[in-house]
Design a protein around this ligand. Structure first.
Ligand SMILES: C[S@@+](CC[C@H](N)C(=O)[O-])C[C@H]1O[C@@H](n2cnc3c(N)ncnc32)[C@H](O)[C@@H]1O
Length: 199
């Protein structure tokens, strides 16, 4: 990974970098369209995109750097969700975005599913008390499973749709990811939930 002021290193103080703004993290940011656009639209928050595939992350970083005015409230990190605690202290993140996360359909790989209980329990610790998770997927089976996992890990569902792009209320302000654009062009319905920590 090339050095860039836009790429975080382990031990960087993300909380200070955020300058008292809410911290919002996308896990598996891919080529970065979603998180870059979020940062542009929401200067009142601080955004981090993490990705473990170097080629995708390099693409995202270059895309941000090629902008005339790259958003100052955006950073990336190259790494696996397993390393989250090296970058974020407990109770520091306001929103975690999971967009088109890998389904890991085999039972023996269940622990690798980002919207599964093992990760959700870790997210619970990293999120602030009012913290939220937003999950989008084209995979209905994974989505149904993910909805069942939420209460098991201490979250309650706020909004659910099984067809985001045809939901007039929940599609308002939606930012499409690269995968989402592809599925939308094929007419595949997109599922989305927003969940928050149970008090
Ligand atoms: C199906 S792609 C979706 C990419 C992007 N979010 C989108 O919607 O266009 C899933 C991405 O998540 C990344 N990913 C999967 N598991 C991860 C993990 N444990 N830590 C970091 N990134 C991960 C993959 O490398 C891949 O780029």
């Amino acid at each position: 990974m090339e050095e860039s002021p836009r790429v975080l290193m382990p031990g960087d103080d993300t909380v200070s970098l955020a300058k008292e703004r809410p911290l919002r993290l996308e896990i598996g940011t891919g080529k970065g369209n979603f998180i870059i656009e979020q940062a542009i639209r929401h200067p009142e928050a601080f955004f981090v995109g993490m990705e473990r595939q170097a080629s995708a992350l390099v693409y995202a970083v270059k895309k941000a750097e090629a902008m005339q005015e790259p958003p100052e409230n955006l950073r990336f990190f190259y790494g696996d969700a397993e390393q989250l605690e090296q970058y974020f202290p407990e109770g520091s993140i306001e929103t975690i975005y999971l967009n088109f996360s890998d389904p890991w359909p085999k039972k023996r790989h269940e622990g690798r599913r980002l919207p599964g209980r093992r990760y959700l329990q870790r997210f619970h610790g990293l999120l602030i008390p009012e913290g939220r998770i937003e999950f989008k997927t084209d995979n209905r089976e994974l989505f149904d499973y993910a909805l069942v996992e939420l209460p098991e890990a201490g979250f309650e569902t706020l909004d659910v749709t099984f067809d985001l792009h045809n939901d007039p209320e929940l599609s308002r302000g939606n930012i499409m990811t690269e995968y989402e654009r592809k599925f939308a062009a094929e007419g595949v319905p997109i599922c989305k939930y927003t969940a928050k920590k149970k008090q």
